[in-house]
Design a protein around this ligand. Structure first.
Ligand code: FAD
Length: 408
């Protein structure tokens, strides 16, 4: 177990400085343009690929950092630059982690490189779980995957929605029902290789924020993939389903807890994104409050403004500490007895929404315009309380965990 410390080590600080430089020099200056264009910022992703930020190597290095702080630190810096662009850069990583966590070595070696492409020809990947009638209630998913034994192929049918990079991805990872009796334990994940017939992009959404990130429906009509595209393989799936059936008969408690542990480990990463956006808005507000003069003095000389900034900074630091704690717990295999991962996501995302709104207030009329970035940051911040489980779902998970009740 890595020794506990409140400080990043020298290597982490170096990576942090490097990421901050990229966020400040490349991401932030491009943010307003790609927000207005509402398109995937391919040139920025390409720049990130050239310097090594858009790559499996980089992501894996942070993911396997023994202190657990690699991913939250990276997310905070990139999202400090801009949330929409940063999501376009890290969105592929979310799909890649699905393969890293559940795939065989062969699947990892075959598909992850195709998710990223290379600096000369960058690609993206999508993770497709949500459906029009299955958002918070993942267990009500309808997309079906049926095994065609004669051909050793899986046939997928259904409609996915809200997929980041959906339809423009080279590789899609799709979650589908293989046994409808088992709720979320009857789900399995499939790789849909590039140019597979039957997969198409449905509606592309015009969004409130993170507009540089592509979000769309993905329609699957008789999509046939080889048996080798089932993540983890058929044997492992059959064993898992058999165990789930046994446990369901015995009450299902342990099944639910295993699924929850996965979410607890991934949610702090979203919390870290929120910390990045909140910090960015706070910094703009602090600078503005020190330089904007009214009534013959900088507005920060008014206690009302100064205290607001003090509260903003306190909340951001508290959010980061919750995120770091949960990330450290995940990497050290600590049990999430109080749903600490959900706690970190809940607090950080609500903080981002509040802090970015307060930043607009501190900038007055300027804050309300697109001449200043806080208006965009506020629109972006709203996503953190929605994706990867809404704030209400985080509260539900925390409350049920504290009460010792099963999570549905
Ligand atoms: C920009 C964007 C990108 C996304 N990217 C992806 C992606 O890449 N892949 C993917 O699979 N999904 C993605 N999602 C989907 C996202 O995870 C869902 O939107 C989210 O889980 C909420 O589901 P929903 O939108 O169906 O809302 P619903 O589940 O319908 O919830 C609506 C409201 O009801 C509340 N609610 C629901 N159930 C309860 C309850 N039991 N108690 C209290 N309140 C409740 C919710 O909190 C919310 O306020 C993305 C979404 C967006 C907007």
């Amino acid at each position: 177990m890595a020794e506990f410390t409140m400080e990043l080590n020298d290597e982490q600080k170096e990576v942090q400085d490097w990421l901050h430089g990229f966020a400040a020099d490349v991401i932030r200056p491009a943010a307003a343009e790609w927000d207005e264009r509402e398109e995937t910022p391919w040139p920025v992703i390409q720049e990130a690929a050239k310097v090594g930020i858009y790559s499996l190597d980089f992501y894996a290095q942070q993911y396997f950092d023994p202190t657990g702080l690699g991913i939250p630190m990276a997310m905070e810096e990139l999202f400090w630059g801009d949330a929409g662009i940063a999501l376009s850069i890290v969105g592929t990583g979310l799909a890649a982690v699905g393969v890293l966590a559940n795939g065989t070595e062969e699947q990892i070696g075959t598909w992850i490189p195709q998710m990223y492409g290379d600096a000369g020809d960058v690609k993206v990947a999508a993770f497709c779980s949500s459906e029009p009638d299955a958002g918070s209630d993942v267990a009500s998913m309808r997309t079906r995957a049926v095994y065609d034994e004669a051909k050793d192929e899986w046939v997928l049918n259904g409609t996915k929605t809200w997929a980041t990079n959906g339809g423009i991805a080279n590789v899609h990872v799709v979650v589908a029902v293989v046994d409808s009796e088992l709720g979320s334990k009857g789900h399995a994940s499939f790789i849909i290789p590039p140019n597979t017939p039957g997969l198409s992009q449905g509606q592309k959404f015009k969004k409130h924020g993170i507009r540089a990130s592509h979000t769309a429906e993905v329609v699957l009509e008789d999509v046939r993939v080889p048996g080798s595209c089932l993540l983890g393989g058929k044997e492992k799936l059959d064993e898992r389903l058999a165990r789930a059936r046994e446990r369901a008969k015995a009450g299902g408690e342990r099944v639910k807890n295993a699924a929850m542990a996965t979410f607890e480990a991934s949610r702090p990463a979203v919390g870290a994104m929120a910390v990045g956006t909140a910090r960015a808005a706070y910094e703009v507000a602090l600078d503005y409050a020190k330089t904007r003069e009214q009534f013959g003095r900088p507005i920060i000389d008014n206690q009302g403004v100064a205290f607001q900034l003090a509260d903003m900074r306190t909340s951001i630091d508290a959010a980061r500490l919750l995120v770091w704690r949960a990330s450290w717990m995940a990497v050290n295999g600590k049990p999430f007895t109080a749903a600490e991962g959900s706690m970190s996501k809940l607090f950080a995302s609500e903080t981002a929404k509040k802090v970015t709104a307060e930043a607009i207030q501190i900038l007055g009329g300027n804050g309300y315009t697109r001449e200043y970035p806080v208006e965009r940051m506020h629109r972006d911040a709203a996503i953190y309380t929605i994706f990867e489980g809404t704030s209400e779902i985080q509260r539900l998970v925390i409350a049920r965990t504290l009460a010792g009740m099963p999570i549905r």
